[in-house]
Design a protein around this ligand. Structure first.
Ligand code: NIG
Ligand code: FE
Length: 411
């Protein structure tokens, strides 16, 4: 029989438990266990509570992983939106943006997503595995214990399968969980002969069955915006993918409206970006089960406005935050720093910010087994070297976790 392990004591144990999925949150709603401990067994949480009481309850029938010095523990962070499987660099795009060129202008003149597609198509699987591994380990070291990773930089059947297999291989090798999403509907690739609708139809016919057969992903994403796909083009694609059993995710309202309404109409799990969302769409979201995901890293990478997080929360919506880490719009890849920055600009409470990168991010991935320190859930946990949880966001991302546990194992 596997042995119980007691981890602690933590000056504060921030469980993120007993909080609603939707709407605004006050810091006073946070459950903070002083002198906390967590008992783990077989990768899961068995008990959460006062360290000394847990110790005596088990009267020594467990191993102890003792924490020396001040430490605040919370659930491992969850990044519900990344594109970290790519080759090449878009430093040139960035220099053009600094010189005043817009994201669509750069894409039309040979940069943008199309440029990364050319480089990612020619990279072999070993090279892509190495790049993805580097980035995933970087995220894990910063306390992100679950990372969603999209394909979408090959945009043909063989290439998208290559990317999803790379994601699967790296997931098997690293302790961090990678959740794969097929984003073959990122843009219509320059070498595809036919309309955007024809391209989407070819994905449904050729790629999605292959992904299902190989068990490579359960989620599909589409970029609905100027320069990508219209809602009218996206609708039949999403309906067919849903009928095949895929969960739907939408890149919506980054520059123009349309993605949010469709995500509500079709019951997507999440709709991500939302920098350009309007009041009418906020109402739709608040009346739906779709999780809005803000991507402050994309606002920072493009130098444009943030998603209206405060308005969304006040309207009663949930709100998750993703890094959107990618070579173009969001090269930074620091989820905690971006969360702190969005928080101070949008006036999000600490509870709302921390919820957005834990259990609300889990919901954006359709995961119910993580994001909260609660009995029966995964023992994914991070510890910050401080005695006050407020230091985490106050330091705006410069205070990093010094201890990370994945499925109860210390890394
Ligand atoms: O989420 N907006 C669409 N796709 C990505 C950017 C990808 C890229 O620029 O390479 C995003 O911002
Ligand atoms: Fe994205």
């Amino acid at each position: 029989m596997a042995k119980n392990k007691l981890i602690g004591p933590f000056v504060q144990l921030l469980t993120m438990d007993k909080l609603p999925l939707m709407g605004s949150l006050n810091d006073s709603q946070l459950e903070i266990v002083p002198n906390g401990g967590v008992v783990v067994c077989d990768g899961k949480i068995v008990r959460v509570g006062n360290f000394d009481q847990l110790y005596s309850a088990y009267s020594g029938r467990l191993t102890i992983e003792r924490i020396d010095g001040d430490m605040v523990a919370m659930p491992g962070m969850i990044d519900p939106h990344t594109h970290i499987c790519w080759a090449g660099s878009r430093a040139n795009d960035y220099s053009l943006r600094l010189a005043g060129k817009s994201y669509p202008e750069i894409a039309q003149s040979g940069g943008g997503i199309g440029d990364t597609v050319l480089k990612t198509r020619t990279a072999n699987s070993e090279e892509l595995e190495a790049r993805l591994t580097e980035r995933a380990i970087g995220h894990l070291k910063n306390g992100v214990t679950t990372i969603e990773v999209k394909s979408g930089y090959c945009l043909n059947t063989a290439g998208e399968i290559k990317l999803l297999e790379v994601i699967r291989n790296v997931n098997q090798k690293l302790p961090v969980d990678l959740i794969a999403t097929c984003l073959a509907a990122h843009i219509k690739p320059a070498d595809f002969n036919g309309s955007p609708a024809d391209y989407l139809e070819s994905i449904v016919k050729e790629l999605l069955p292959e992904i299902k057969n190989r068990g490579l992903s359960k989620r599909i994403d589409i970029f609905i915006d100027k320069g990508a796909f219209t809602p009218e083009e996206a609708r039949p694609y999403l309906i067919q993918a849903k009928q095949m059993g895929f969960d739907l995710v939408i890149h919506g309202e980054q520059f123009t409206t349309g993605g949010v309404a469709l995500s509500c109409e079709l019951g997507a799990i999440s709709v991500d970006h939302l920098e350009a969302i309007q009041d009418q769409e906020i109402k739709l979201l608040a009346a739906s089960n779709v999780i809005p995901v803000a991507l402050p890293g994309a606002s920072l990478g493009l130098g444009c406005q943030f998603a209206p997080a405060r308005k969304l929360l006040d309207a009663g919506c949930s709100l998750a935050i993703g890094s959107d880490w990618n070579p173009g719009s969001a090269p930074m890849g620091d989820l905690l720093m971006q969360t702190a920055i969005l928080g101070i600009f949008e006036k999000m409470t600490m509870a709302e910010s921390l919820a957005a990168i834990t259990f609300r991010a889990a919901a954006a991935l359709g995961l119910t087994d993580r994001g909260v320190l609660r009995i029966g859930l995964l023992a994914d946990m991070i510890g910050f070297p401080t005695s006050d949880y407020r230091e985490i966001l106050y330091n705006q991302g410069s205070l990093k976790p010094s201890m990370i546990w994945k499925r109860g194992g210390i890394l």
